[in-house]
Design a protein around this ligand. Structure first.
Ligand code: HGY
Ligand code: MN
Ligand code: MN
Length: 413
């Protein structure tokens, strides 16, 4: 029995309805009303497929199919279900839906695994609401202290724990997961780039995920009247921010061919057409497959900003996330390749330029990722689209791999 492409497509479609920006892509921020709608749908599906549903103290959702072995670690499959603003219907969601489909196939095959199977839907991978990113997986692995989480707030000053309680979640539930309780982590994700489509290959098997640094920069100047303030008496925060940002593409290119730097969010204060901006807050996202380039680019960016920290301009930098490049587990990659060969599905071994929860889990358990093509290489935008037949092919690979990983081994008998 193979994955049901129609069932997959239907779930993707249903989940895409849970957005704050209907008609303008998927905007599903963590602990929002749209989160709650998606959460209810995911939990219902988990119950339909015979899973025991729980949520942790971050609001990560788990659907567990118990194994026959006592206290055995789980094979976890899934991804995140939050989005970027005006994002697509597949980023993260595809991995959750494919995880649900794997559970449906276990049910249809009436499989009784030795090791438990858990399907997971994680919160705040994008960091769109609370900054930083990879929060659900980092929290699970104990990389977020209770104090850090309890003081975490969004751009409007709403505390994460308040937002949780508002949608009926309980932040006092257990948060940290013992890594010994996880045997493997499997994640299907859309490629979010053009490579698989250009090669005409339906499946990618991820070798490594780029390292990344995410910063929030505050440029403080002096507000003033646009008409009466001479040009030589201004401390214009926006002019300084613009000069810094304009220098970044060249800085990235000079660092290395695969170093990328992006300013995705920028806010001007007080944002009046006839007021000299006194403050600008913007983000920096720095990535490379080589940790040395991420670190070097980070240093160069800081040095560049220091040259503008004068004449009434002050610059503050908050490092929100730094994570090294992560290699995927050799055994998991081999299992994916074996399953692909058995299914007659060609695959392409490749790196990921996008960050994923798998890069957190890879420090604690055997982790692997399967990619499927993104139409026109587009992602993080309403045009994001992937073919349900590719999702089904990816599901078949994850299903075969999950069956193998949840089977009893010789030393279990
Ligand atoms: O930013 C990323 O790479 C991921 O989409 N969170
Ligand atoms: Mn994303
Ligand atoms: Mn994602």
């Amino acid at each position: 029995m193979k994955a049901n492409a129609e069932r997959i497509e239907q779930s993707i479609k249903e989940l895409s309805k849970f957005t704050a920006t209907p008609g303008q892509g998927v905007t599903r921020l963590t602990y929002s009303a749209e989160d709650l709608q998606a959460r209810k749908y995911i939990k219902e599906k988990m119950k339909d497929y015979g899973l025991t549903v729980t949520e942790d103290g971050f609001g990560n959702i788990f659907g567990k199919l118990d194994g026959t072995l006592e206290n055995a670690p789980s094979v976890i499959a899934g991804s995140h279900f939050d989005s970027v603003p005006n994002g697509g219907a597949y980023d993260g969601t595809a991995g959750v839906v494919v995880g649900l489909e794997v559970a449906a196939l276990f049910q249809e095959h009436n499989l009784k695994p030795a090791y438990p199977l858990e399907i997971i839907a994680m919160v705040e991978e994008e960091g769109s609401r609370f900054g930083g990113g990879l929060m659900g997986s980092r929290g699970m692995m104990g990389l977020l202290t209770e104090e850090d989480f309890n003081t975490l707030s969004d751009h409007d000053g709403v505390l994460a724990i308040e937002a949780m309680q508002k949608i009926g979640l309980d932040p006092t539930k257990p948060k940290v997961r013992d890594p010994q309780s996880i045997k493997a982590f499997l994640e299907l994700h859309i490629e979010q780039g053009p490579i698989l489509e250009e090669k005409g290959i339906d499946v990618g098997i991820v070798e490594a995920i780029v390292g990344l640094a995410q910063l929030e920069v505050t440029v403080q100047g002096q507000a003033g009247h646009a008409g009466t303030t001479p040009m030589n008496r201004r401390a214009d925060a926006l002019v300084s921010a613009a000069k810094i940002i304009a220098a970044l593409p060249e800085l990235a290119t000079e660092e290395s061919a695969d170093t990328v730097i992006t300013t995705g969010r920028l806010n001007v204060f007080p944002n009046g057409a006839n007021v000299i901006p006194d403050k600008v807050v913007f983000t920096l996202d720095i990535r490379s497959g080589d940790e040395a380039h991420v670190k070097s680019a980070l240093q160069k960016v800081k040095a560049l900003m220091a040259t503008y920290d004068k004449d009434g301009i002050q610059i503050a930098v908050e490092e929100q996330l730094f994570i090294q490049p992560k290699k995927m587990d050799e055994k998991i990659k081999e299992l994916f390749k074996t399953a692909s060969d058995e299914l007659g599905i060609p695959y392409h071994s490749m790196n990921s330029g996008a960050g994923h929860d798998a890069m957190v889990f890879s420090d604690y358990t055997a982790s692997g990722m399967v990619f499927i093509p993104s139409k026109d290489g587009l992602s993080h935008c309403p045009e994001e689209w992937s073919d349900a037949s590719h999702l089904a092919a990816g599901t078949d690979i994850l299903f075969k791999t999950a069956v193998r990983l949840t089977e009893a081994t010789t030393n279990d008998k």
